[in-house]
Ligand binder design. Structure first.
Ligand code: ASP
Length: 427
């Protein structure tokens, strides 16, 4: 059975068993002793441990993978002007897709009006942290200490350091060539580690989902159904509509094949709720299945995991509209524009880890003068939405990587068109 299929089965099994455990627990079908066993040993014991080990081992590969693979990519680009245009295209596409995402969310939020009738008024004095200024975001990209940047997992700083090192390698003659070969070998080794981990992924995915759904209350889902539904609708439209259109129009690339290859990546993102933890799988898939050359993938994908969060922007757009409606505040056109700008900027400066979107939402609300405690309204369903929006975040990264690769003549079309199973064997 192919790995993709095993991972999908694990996902469904985890969901079903988790929900069943939850129902059994809530209905009190478990006698007291059994209930204790259920909580301590199974859910908080085995499932929690397996899930956490799985996420930890994914995260452990992020820094070595980004470093090694980006040094290889940058050294083969050699600091020519191509690098500049590639970076420009990438960043531009990331910003444009995020702006489309949030506009779509605001549009749906104002059409469906999920917050009408909630009827709240605010007298709060709660203040959120100010959003980072563009200057700070840029200055903070430059590390004072690369080891510290790696230890803290500061991706933008690791990217800057790796780019510099790659360019230096390309321009250091024979010595550079020797070191570059070492990095290329190392890249194969780290990719192998990702491969090994992916073989174990079905167990990790199963444990994460079963544990999460066993503890997830679905009561909030009923109350917030309209909000939840609006976010999901916007996510689906953006992921399968906007991305497919962009692939077709800008790249003449078959979107169906794209999503077929991307399935395991989306499941990883869904079960870990973290673009960062999914990064090793996204990168491996981009290179080995989507056919994106290492030179492009090693730059665009890690950058995207940090600065590109379309799914998160969508949640923030709908949430802002929802909270404005609930408190009966009209934020006006200028307010909407501010939301687009702040949410885009906020997503640049924050890493892709679970729940971070909720934190940056506070900044967005603050900027347009909406009560920050409105977040309490939507927190009940955010865990579930986090999973879904993370899947959209990583799809956006891969989509942009593919488009940039195509435009840079760094796309292996034959590999992309391979049926899934043989792509797997090739990998
Ligand atoms: N969990 C998301 C990610 O890692 C970020 C968020 O929306 O909270 O991409």
């Amino acid at each position: 059975m192919s790995l993709t299929r095993r991972i999908l089965i694990a996902m469904v099994a985890g969901l079903v068993i988790g929900v069943l455990l939850n129902i059994m627990h809530n209905l009190g079908w478990l006698a007291q002793g059994a209930g204790l066993w259920f909580n301590n040993l199974l859910v908080d014991g085995v499932l929690d441990a397996v899930g956490r080990i799985f996420v930890a081992s994914l995260k452990l590969l992020v820094v070595p993978l980004v470093f090694v693979s980006l040094v290889c990519g940058a050294s083969s680009l050699g600091g020519h002007s191509r690098m500049g245009t590639m970076a420009l295209k990438t960043v531009l596409l990331y910003i444009v897709t995020t702006a489309i995402a949030i506009s779509l969310a605001l549009l749906l939020g104002s059409l469906i009006r999920p917050g009408d009738g909630v009827g709240l008024s605010s007298d709060s004095t709660f203040t959120a942290a100010a959003p980072p200024s563009l200057k700070e975001v840029v200055v903070n990209m430059f590390p004072t200490n690369p080891v510290q940047a790696m230890a803290e997992g500061n991706m933008l700083q690791v990217i800057v350091f790796s780019l510099l090192m790659g360019i230096a390698l390309a321009n250091s003659g024979e010595a550079g060539e020797r070191v570059r070969r070492w990095f290329e070998d190392m890249d194969k080794v780290v990719m192998k580690m990702v491969g090994i981990l992916m073989e174990l992924a079905p167990w990790g995915v199963f444990a994460l989902l079963a544990k999460l759904f066993a503890g997830l209350g679905i009561g909030a889902l009923l109350e917030l159904g309209l909000y939840f539904g609006t976010v999901v609708l916007a996510l689906l439209l953006h992921c399968f509509g906007v991305y497919s259109l962009l692939l077709k129009l800008l790249g003449r690339i078959n979107p169906l094949q794209f999503f077929r290859h991307l399935r395991p990546v989306m499941v990883f993102a869904f079960s870990t709720s973290s673009s960062n933890a999914t990064l090793p799988v996204t990168l491996k898939t981009a290179e080995e299945k989507l056919g994106v050359d290492n030179r492009v993938a090693a730059f665009t994908i890690p950058l995207g995991a940090t600065i590109n969060m379309d799914g998160t922007a969508i949640m923030q757009g709908v949430a802002t509209a929802f909270i404005a409606q609930a408190y009966q505040v009209d934020i006006g056109m200028a307010g909407y524009l501010t939301v687009v700008l702040t949410a885009t900027l906020a997503s640049v400066g924050t890493a892709g880890v679970p729940g971070v979107g909720l934190v940056t939402l506070a900044m967005v609300l603050q900027q347009v003068g909406l009560p920050v405690e409105g977040i309490a309204l939507i927190i009940g369903v955010d865990r579930l939405l986090d999973m879904m929006r993370t899947a959209v975040n990583v799809s956006g990264d891969s989509m942009v990587g593919l488009l940039v690769a195509k435009s840079e003549n760094s796309w292996d079309e034959a590999r992309f068109n391979q049926p899934r199973e043989s792509a797997q064997t090739a990998a």
